[in-house]
Ligand binder design. Structure first.
Ligand code: PGA
Length: 261
């Protein structure tokens, strides 16, 4: 079972995530982080940036792989995930830009971009800690419902709810690309530790389906149940449709301090 941690707010989640990542960096200076975009992980990136600065952590060797990218946005587009990862992660954390990869959404090379990305992750020795958000549709990465639980990095068509959710970042909903390139569910499951974050009532259904529902390609988040080391960090609103809440709180309150997450 995944470990479910219910926190007061995004900052409390950020502190837990930052602590786990700092511990990892201290034991493995060239740690490989799996990086999510969207609003959900931002508080964690801010907390991590503060910890790195306060504790003077050397992050020059830290490597990263983004989960996904839009297909067909012009290079340098501010909402391309390459630009978002640079702005929200690489610069504030002080990472080495060349060590942080994002799938290549250029249509000219899209046919082999998925295979290239898989090869790069494998060559890096795999992802040590993968940060995940979850969409209202239940997607992780951009693996929309129906995605194979064994899928690897490839091009997908976004659902309309996801395009609408992401329209807030664009001038108009029509500007949200139709296609993306995303790590597959199989790719995500190869990471050594999954940390899934979700906040707000709009995520409550997807969280309950992922944590307590049947494992199914119809609910891509439910793939976390197949992983031996998953931590789910949610606020009260996102946790509100979970049935086993008392046990999750009990287990967290009595967790041995040495375990970390
Ligand atoms: P959000 O997106 O963090 O912007 O809510 C999460 C997701 O779609 O995976």
């Amino acid at each position: 079972m995944a470990e479910i941690v219910i926190v007061e707010n995004e900052d409390a989640a950020g502190a837990i995530v930052a602590d786990a990542i700092v511990t990892l960096i201290r034991s493995k200076p060239d740690v490989v982080l799996g990086l999510a975009t969207g609003s959900t992980p931002l508080a964690s990136y801010r907390a991590l940036a503060r910890r790195i600065a306060d504790d003077e952590i050397d992050v020059r060797g830290v490597r990263g792989f983004a989960l996904d990218e839009y297909v067909g946005l012009p290079a340098g587009h501010p909402e391309s995930y390459r630009a978002v990862i640079t702005r929200e992660v690489v610069e504030p954390l002080g990472l080495t830009p060349e060590l942080v990869r994002v799938p290549n959404g250029d249509p000219a090379s899209i046919e082999h971009a998925g295979g290239d990305y898989e090869a790069a992750i494998t060559a890096a020795g795999g992802v040590d800690l993968q940060i995940l958000g979850i969409g209202r549709t239940g997607h992780i990465g951009f693996n929309e419902p129906g995605s194979s639980l064994a899928s690897l990095t490839r091009v997908k068509t976004l659902t309309e709810p996801t395009r609408l959710d992401n329209a807030r970042f664009f001038d108009s909903p029509a500007d949200v690309p139709m296609h993306c390139i995303t790590q597959g569910i199989g790719t995500i499951l190869r990471a050594r530790h999954l940390v899934l974050l979700a906040f707000g009532a709009a995520k409550a259904h997807a969280v309950a389906a992922a944590v307590e529902g049947a494992v199914s390609a119809s609910q891509p988040g439910s793939a976390i149940q197949l992983h031996p080391h998953t931590t789910v960090i949610v606020d009260e609103a996102a946790a509100s449709e979970l049935t086993n809440l008392d046990y999750y709180r009990h287990a967290w309150a009595n967790k041995p301090a040495w375990q970390g997450i």
